[in-house]
Design a protein around this ligand. Structure first.
Ligand code: FES
Length: 168
């Protein structure tokens, strides 16, 4: 039996070496470009800033709707987006609710259904919520309205992200 000899010719050796070095150099040039292109996507989302919305003196026990704008940074794209909140106070306690219905995302209104006084009402499929945002069983929404993170500074109410009730 003849034994096959595995010899590498000078030409093959040069080919392998040049291919390896070329590949290494190409990777060295491409990696920073790929990193630059993907960086905004890979970066963790920064906490949304708190936005000044209204003077605390204007708050009442009756929920009022306040509109405000936030700076939204989405990868490479920065934009200003509108937000709304239903806000009321009870003594020193301020509650700020998202108006987005937890059924299919319509906008809820306070006290707009004559048959259901002092409740948040969603006209799309007759969803109902209590004043504190709790969904009324037997109506389409299966969860409470989201609550805005909020803080009071120098007599003004600042709102952050709307989060599901009880979420940190
Ligand atoms: S979207 Fe509000 S009840 Fe359906």
């Amino acid at each position: 039996m003849s034994e096959k000899r595995h010899q590498v010719s000078r030409r093959q050796f040069l080919n392998y070496t040049l291919t390896g070095v070329g590949g290494f150099m190409a990777a060295g040039m491409l990696m920073p470009m790929v990193r630059f292109a993907l960086d905004p996507v890979l970066r963790p989302t920064e906490n949304q800033e708190m936005v000044q919305v209204v003077s605390v003196d204007e708050l009442t026990e009756e929920p009022q709707r306040f509109d405000f704008k936030i700076n939204q940074v989405d990868a490479w794209y920065e934009s200003e987006e509108s937000r709304s909140a239903w806000v009321y106070k009870n003594g020193d306690k301020v509650t700020a609710l998202s108006p987005i219905c937890k059924h299919l995302g319509c906008t809820v209104n306070w006290n707009s259904d004559p048959k259901n006084k002092n409740m948040f009402f969603c006209p799309c499929h007759y969803g109902l919520y209590e004043k504190d945002g709790t969904n009324v069983p037997g109506t389409p929404p299966l969860g409470p309205l989201d609550h805005y993170e909020h803080e009071i500074r120098d007599g003004f109410l600042y709102l952050g992200k709307a989060k599901p009730k009880g979420a940190g």
